[in-house]
Design a protein around this ligand. Structure first.
Ligand SMILES: *[C@@H]1O[C@H](CO)[C@@H](O)[C@H](O)[C@H]1NC(C)=O
Ligand SMILES: *[C@@H]1O[C@H](CO)[C@@H](O)[C@H](O)[C@H]1NC(C)=O
Length: 278
């Protein structure tokens, strides 16, 4: 969906680097990430976040969208920060936070996804997701992709949870990681719209399956988008990927993170392009 203010923000990027512009750019970038990694449409039919979601893993810090993490790095429950797109977005109320394993790019998700985290009734306190008084259905279970199964996409999503929400049978009490259908769950339980999301990539060992190459961005160079950003860990700024790989090229075994990496500028242009065509 074209947001004129966001387009203007991007157009004015060289001149105005206010924090709100930075948030808008990061939102545009995460939308681009979700399309390029095929999370949209493989997991989510559409993706129009009204806030930014950042995950902060102990010992690692804030991770960038799609960042490649080890099982060990992604094992602790992340601290999740929610930043509204603008001052008209209210973050009062109840929310549900969930993490699912959307498997590797190109996977058939018609049988559902493994649910690695599901907490109902979380609230946003001081910009952070607070589970105080919330109902943990599936406690955070760190990614554990099968060895050689390739880079799995673990998607963390915050949904609004209206008072009419009703936990479906089988998911009203604590339960471990099981396969479930995220979209059916959202619909059947009466969850509201997706508010914010991000994803990480976790792989164990060297892939023995063929992984389609996409121009998806697992880039530690994405954030900060503008010089006004602060406190966000950034990786090597010298990693500047190609971004030219075709989504249909059968690929290789994912040993080079740079394949998944775009320069910040490329991300900005891609994000702008996505906004223009959306
Ligand atoms: C604020 O953000 C929301 C969600 O992205 C958007 O729908 C709305 O148009 C924005 N409002 C302004 C004034 O930019
Ligand atoms: C959150 O949900 C509880 C239980 O339904 C409800 O009592 C409370 O008012 C809700 N809080 C907000 C801020 O909507």
């Amino acid at each position: 969906m074209i947001s004129f203010p966001i387009l203007v923000s991007i157009a004015l990027l060289p001149f105005t680097l206010a924090q709100s512009t930075d948030t808008a750019l990061q939102l545009a970038a995460i939308e681009a990430h979700f399309k390029q990694s095929l999370i949209v449409p493989q997991l989510l039919a559409s993706f129009n976040p009204s806030a930014l979601l950042t995950a902060n893993y102990a010992g690692l810090g804030v991770v960038t969208p799609g960042q490649l993490l080890t099982k060990e790095q992604s094992a602790p429950t992340p601290e999740v920060t929610i930043t509204p797109a603008n001052s008209t977005v209210s973050l009062d109320g109840n929310y549900t936070i969930v993490m699912v394993d959307a498997d590797i790019v190109g996977s058939d998700l018609s049988n559902g996804e493994n649910r690695h985290w599901l907490v109902n009734g979380v609230q946003i306190t001081g910009g952070k997701v607070s589970t105080d008084g919330a109902t943990a259905i599936t406690a955070y279970a760190g990614p554990g992709p099968a060895t050689g199964s390739g880079p799995h996409r673990y998607v963390i999503i915050l949904y609004s949870q209206p008072d009419s929400f009703k936990a479906p049978a089988g998911l009203s009490e604590p339960i471990g990681v099981t396969l479930f259908d995220l979209n059916a769950y959202q619909k059947d339980s009466g969850l509201g719209p997706l508010v914010a999301a991000t994803y990480i990539t976790v792989e164990d060992g060297t892939a023995t399956v063929s992984i389609p190459v996409t121009s998806s961005v697992v880039s530690s160079t994405l954030v900060p988008v503008g010089p006004t950003s602060s406190g966000v860990s950034s990786g090597s700024s010298t990693k500047s990927g190609t971004g030219t790989a075709s989504a249909n090229t059968p690929a290789k075994t994912n040993s080079a993170p740079s394949l998944f990496t775009l320069s910040p500028l490329a991300v900005i242009f891609t994000a702008a392009a996505v906004l223009v065509v959306a």
